[in-house]
Design a protein around this ligand. Sequence first.
Ligand code: UD1
Length: 375
Amino acid sequence: MRPRPLRLLLVGGARPNFMKIAPLLRAFRARPARFEARLVHTGQHYDAAMSDIFFAELGLPEPDIHLSAGSATHAVQTARIMRAFEKVLQAERPDWVIVVGDVNSTVACSLVAAKMTPPVPVAHVEAGLRSRDRTMPEEINRVVTDALSDLLFTTSADAGRNLRAEGIDRRRIHFVGNLMIDTLRRHLRSADGAGVMRRLGIAQPYGLLTLHRPSNVDDPDALRRIFVALEEVSKDLPIIFPVHPRTVKMLRTAVLADPGARNGSAVRHIQPLGYLDFLQLQKRAALVLTDSGGIQEEASILGVPCLTLRDNTERPVTITHGTNRLVGTDPARIVAAARQVLRRRPRRRRTIPLWDGRAAARIVEVFSRLEPEAR
Ligand code: UD1
């Protein structure tokens, strides 16, 4: 008798999840006899610009289940997702829950699955990344999710080492590459046709900035320091800044309240962009400045110099093998690093082991060796 398909629930909730879910869901659904994959959207991100546009551009189907969790404090947001997801698991009884990345949706759904009776096994994609900075909410989410996971898919060798050092059985760890880069490679060509530069009249050369980490934007002093540096850098290179909703409010009080701040500034604030527009801007930028995790990875593969406005990174492979450099938030250091890049500008495309566009295929291969348990 043929075994029934393995029932999988894939969870996505926040903007950076959708680029990781898209290739994986597509790969599972390409094998309907083996897998029945359903998509849960937690609703952690809900705006058209933070969610809907990514579904449309990445070819993601409508979620099968939507939890409508919305924004709140960490405890309330995590709890809302957990309460709603518990009901989903009671109704669906999947064979596996698959979570990606390190956002609150990731940890919330892992925790619920692990505490079901009987437990629903959890697979974590992008496991083992460690900034070793516990003030970063994502670091807590990573450590807890990995501790609860039965299968751990890693993007880099260092992540595997971190997990083994934490006592995780090496048979549960699979080095598969990077789903974010599967998506990047798939859309690189169509990003050339994106309309953003024409629409907004952006000319090369320019720098591209993103900023949304609480440690940078929720602390007015840190945010002001960063902007002192950015104003200086923008004298040599105009900067395009798609502003994350979290950052908008803080900018108003910390930076734009200063009457001198915007006079003659070449830091151009724009609305958050969709995937293809952002990819085009990133690909053509002379320099990327960011505090995001995924953008350190994308810039490395695009061969665009990346200055990370943080003191640590959970993605050291982007420094050793990519184009990334940590510059913190000290204005003098940021300006010096930017000037150095602009003088030299190495635009080589880098190779990072297994970041070849085949991560989803490797994950599906691991799952294809699993049999459904009798439930
Ligand atoms: C979350 C993730 C972070 C990820 C980022 C990408 C956690 C702890 N953080 O941070 O790891 O890098 O997403 O964007 O999970 N908001 C909107 N519209 C939306 C969503 C949010 O306006 O669709 C605003 C709300 O004011 C909200 C704020 O943004 O309070 C922050 O959203 P939240 O999901 O709490 O965290 P992010 O900063 O987006």
